[in-house]
Design a protein around this ligand. Sequence first.
Ligand code: PMP
Ligand code: GLU
Length: 411
Amino acid sequence: MVSFVFYYFSLLNNLMMHTKLSNRINKLPVSQTLAMAAKARVLKAEGKDIISLSLGEPDFNTPDFIKEAAKKAIDDNYNSYTPVNGYLSLREAIANKFKRDNLLDYTTNQIVVSTGAKQSLANVVMVLVNPGDEVLLPAPYWVSYEAMVNLADGVPVPITTSIKSNFKITPEQLEKAITPKTKLLFFNSPNNPSGSVYSEEEYRALAKILEKHPNIYVISDEIYEHILFEGTNFSFARIKNMYDRTITVNGVSKSFAMTGWRVGYIGAPEWIAKACTKMQGQITSGTNCIAQMATIAALEASVSKIKFMVDEFKVRRTLILDLLSQIKGFELNKPEGAFYVFPNISYYFGKTIQGIKINNASDFSMLILEKANVATVTGEAFGAPNCIRLSYATSQKLLTEAIKRIAELLK
Ligand code: PMP
Ligand code: GLU
């Protein structure tokens, strides 16, 4: 009885707090990737033997040469506020990186460094999107894109794909989705969550459609550019008529195993870079000084220094595809980049497993968590409700064990 009364009052209290919060925060969904990772952590702390395939985070240590640069920055007394758009020396390193890796010419005035690519993306949405503007989201898309658009009172317009098109949109689909209200297209290759990579020809075919609509801007999120197993990476801004309306987004989280350091950046037309700097100047100021110095070391190094991680991800990709393909009802595409697999598991919808009825991908993901102790993320969070996402940024041993558990549960 006492606990019931306590529960009742705490519920009431939560509800009252809720109504005091702004509509903006009340309608903002929690990030499903972060929520699932947090849930897995809590269950682990409670003593459950959870294997987390939820978070997209390399399981490697940040390479030593980057850590050394950070230590040196501390000893050299890098401790003051930094320029809002980032140290000039870092923006020079980024300009060189864009030239070296992407054949893109950006001056240091076109570059803004932020606290993670997540902030870079949020800045761009906030400075470009007016209430009612439509933003095209090829689905599946990374969870936070839609939330950012909603925060700016824009209208997310998903462009649905399926495993049959390798989760890629066609020029015809793009053309159909465009209206006079379209302001922005989010583009992400290699893609989180599908791992799909667009070829140069595919980029150019999409650009042909966009050429007819000069008022549409493109965010090209290239954060997984180096985690690529086949082919080469291309960039929207490489296309002549797209350069002036493309914002190229990148960061060090994925390629350099630096997720916690929080450094992302954009290369963009100067007026957009200036606007992002103004936005950031009122919200967070310049990025952490030590992390910026470490990022210079990361970006100036040869890409060959991180090849060992990419090689390992490639081995794991083969392993997880091999293991999952032996489970009934898992329809798979072959990811060419990033470190996720995104199987269609709709075969299980309507079925009851260990007393739990599976109505959708969220139910399936929860079933796996509760009964197999494996954390994944529901495809609903990525605008693809027939799929779940498994991150293979974890050891081969844990991957093998995780898939074995899933297979046993579904047998
Ligand atoms: N874009 C994509 C597609 C991502 O998967 C992530 C991962 N968090 C980000 C952007 C943001 O990366 P970060 O903020 O760690 O730089
Ligand atoms: N990008 C990663 C993921 O998709 C990290 C979590 C996040 O920032 O959403 O899992």
